[in-house]
Ligand binder design. Structure first.
Ligand SMILES: [Zn+2]
Ligand SMILES: [Zn+2]
Length: 162
């Protein structure tokens, strides 16, 4: 399958000489986008604002999209809907205080791909199951039992009846 790659590098260089409080709103949408190194997002809608602060730039974002998650019971891959609001502060290098601070790159381009990916992945539930009554797979042959029974389930039922 062809992967749809788009750059999410965003120029914020023109904010540097703007007064504190200056902001810009952005909207971007993609029917399908692959975010390096491993995330495919469908129907991504992103609304975000960069605001100039004393320390750097504040990013406030709202993302909606669909990503693929694997059911831990039946191993099927399903698209799940993700909705994540988040904020992230990017520091001017000289204003940064902690070594894990996000720093605004010198060239003035922030790669939103990395940040979007981190926040989208956080929203995938741990131990995701495709539906509350998912029947899982047969441990003998791997048959997805939501789709039908295999010889092992029918024989097990048969034993019970005897
Ligand atoms: Zn399942
Ligand atoms: Zn089986």
């Amino acid at each position: 399958m062809e992967k749809q790659r788009y750059s999410l590098r965003t120029n914020v260089g023109y904010f540097f000489n703007r007064p504190i409080g200056f902001f810009r709103d952005f909207h971007a949408e993609f029917p399908e986008i692959f975010i390096d190194p491993d995330l495919n997002v469908y129907n991504l809608l992103s609304d975000y604002r960069f605001s100039r602060t004393r320390e750097g730039l504040l990013l406030q974002a709202q993302l909606h999209g669909e990503i693929e998650a694997q059911c831990v019971r039946c191993l099927s891959i399903n698209r799940i809907s993700i909705d994540t609001p988040f904020e992230e502060l990017f520091f001017f290098l000289e204003r940064s205080q902690e070594e894990f601070d996000q720093i605004i790159p010198e060239d003035g381009y922030i790669d939103l791909g990395e940040i979007f990916r981190d926040y989208l992945l956080l929203e995938i539930p741990m131990n995701y199951i495709c539906k509350p009554d998912c029947k899982g797979i047969c441990v003998e042959c791997g048959q997805n039992l939501n789709l039908g029974e295999c010889e092992h389930t029918t024989s097990r039922i048969h034993f019970k009846e005897e």
